[in-house]
Design a protein around this ligand. Sequence first.
Ligand SMILES: [Ca+2]
Ligand SMILES: [Ca+2]
Length: 174
Amino acid sequence: MEGNTTFLPVEITVLDYLAPVNPVETAPKLKYEYHEGIYSILPDLDSIYPLATGIVSNFDLSPRLKDDYFAFIFSGLINIPESGAYTFYTASDDGSKLFIDGYEVVDNDGAHGVQEASGSIPLAAGMHRIVVSFFEIGGGEVLEVNYKGPNTEKQAIPDSILFIDLSPVAATGA
Ligand SMILES: [Ca+2]
Ligand SMILES: [Ca+2]
């Protein structure tokens, strides 16, 4: 800004890719927290002590202890293979949300049958934090999480790119 008024060509291909996190130690799979309650939208579960916790290979509702009135929070890391714009999708019955590095990317909240919602975010290659929250009222219960990248067709997020952060400081991270 020193009085140079020359306009450079607008570079629209440069995205501000979110930098990866660099966990000290990881292991495969995801952590989950399981809750029970009567929800009509996703509750703020962060402040509520979960009824159960555990480890799953993927976003999986099978650890539930009953078929209605429950919620899950799945959290971990996703290893993004190459930098680019990624689209994430949840198809859920009932509501769900997906967060990457703390950003709400997919809002599929509310009481509903199976419906899909999506959102996109520019990610640098490497590990990123992923959180999926889900709740079920009654009837069927479904959660499918898909993604699409620059050279990745839309598909279920594979087990092979999901990890748990075992770094000592990760225990307090959202
Ligand atoms: Ca049900
Ligand atoms: Ca349902």
